[in-house]
Design a protein around this ligand. Structure first.
Ligand code: PHE
Length: 339
């Protein structure tokens, strides 16, 4: 019996030194010391030897088993370490290697222009306020001195949701909301999307405006001229020429349209500015006293100026883009060219 144990031990040890991976080691464990293993079988075979010899043999088998277990444990540790080292070298990530095909997002050109405009206005002391894109007929037209069935409504082909609700055709609706909510002095700008049933190279059914409103005592046309001249020079540079042309809006009196030197040709005249050397950028004027009164502001005491920036026009001019619609097509190839 003792012979048998010794033989088995030598055999096992021989096998064990050759083991180089965890899977073989696991099989080895099953083969020798598992439930059906050979050493376990030896223990079971004890009933065949005389009772007085049993403790002696039991001790021998157990000590061999214990030794084997220790060696197995050591080998297991060694193999685990080896496996970890293998993983660390094989699965090493080179963080200095440039990544393939990374696409970086960027701010949309329209938002860039809008931010630039707003920053300039904030620098001049304006507060930015936000308004709804779905407006009532009252805020979009009626309170702005554009009564129902009045021909002035033809200036803006609107999208109606119901008879009383429309997609706002101008951010001027926010003038009314601001004047209802605040007391003079008021100095706000309101940016956002606007909608009209219009579509060609320079018109898109959805476009963007930035509305400005100042209401206080003694506001005059001189303030309007000075403010817009300063703002446009901040945006386009000191050498920009600014031109005020008489115009008409029902909610301002008098009204003007404001042009700046065409940034495409620098004023020489090009197809974009139709040879005039100027680019139309804003509608503006002195707030019609009727509009002030509609909002409960005493038009004898207070006066106001207002302006509406065409943000998309500004953007396609700034980035020399041939069609306004390209701004809305979300073509990454086009957008990624605009830095
Ligand atoms: N709301 C006018 C438009 O959309 C622009 C404007 C704004 C004119 C403010 C005067 C004052 O055409």
């Amino acid at each position: 019996m003792e012979e048998k144990v010794k033989l088995l031990e030598t055999e096992a040890l021989k096998e064990l030194v050759k083991i180089e991976d965890l899977k073989t080691l696991a099989d080895f464990k099953v083969k020798y010391i598992g439930k059906q293993g050979q050493f376990t079988a030896l223990l079971r075979g004890m009933k065949e030897i005389p009772a007085e010899d049993r403790p002696k043999f039991g001790a021998i088998i157990n000590s061999v088993r214990e030794r084997l277990e220790n060696i197995i444990e050591e080998t297991e540790e060694k193999l685990n370490l080896k496996e970890l080292e293998r993983k660390l070298t094989e699965e090493k990530i080179d963080i200095t290697e440039p990544a393939k095909n990374t696409e970086r997002g960027q701010i949309h050109p329209l938002n860039k222009v809008m931010n630039k405009l707003m920053e300039a206005c904030v620098e001049m002391g304006f507060t930015v306020v936000d308004g709804p894109e779905i407006e009532t007929d009252y805020y979009n037209f009626e309170a702005l001195n554009i009564p129902k069935d009045h021909p002035a409504r033809d200036m803006q082909d609107s999208f109606y949701i119901t008879q009383n609700l429309i997609m706002r055709s101008q951010t001027s609706a926010m003038q009314i909301r601001a004047m209802e909510a605040m007391k003079p002095p008021i100095k706000i700008v309101s940016p956002g999307r606007t909608y009209r049933a219009d579509s060609d190279a320079t018109h898109s059914p959805v476009f963007h405006q930035l509305e400005g409103l100042v209401v206080d005592e003694n506001i005059s046309m001189i303030d309007l001229k000075a403010l817009l001249t300063k703002l446009l020079k901040m945006l386009f540079g000191e050498n920009t020429q600014i031109r005020f042309r008489p115009s008409f809006f029902p909610f301002t009196e008098p009204s003007v349209e404001v042009d700046a030197t065409c940034p495409m040709c620098g004023g020489k005249g090009c197809p974009r500015c139709k040879g005039s050397g100027f680019m139309e950028l804003l509608g503006a004027g002195m707030v019609n006293p009727k509009v002030l009164e509609n909002c409960g502001i005493d038009s004898k005491k207070y006066s106001g100026l207002a302006f509406g920036f065409g943000v998309d026009r500004f953007a396609i001019t700034e980035y020399k883009v041939p069609s306004i619609r390209m701004m809305f097509e979300n073509d990454i190839k086009f957008l990624s060219q605009i830095k």
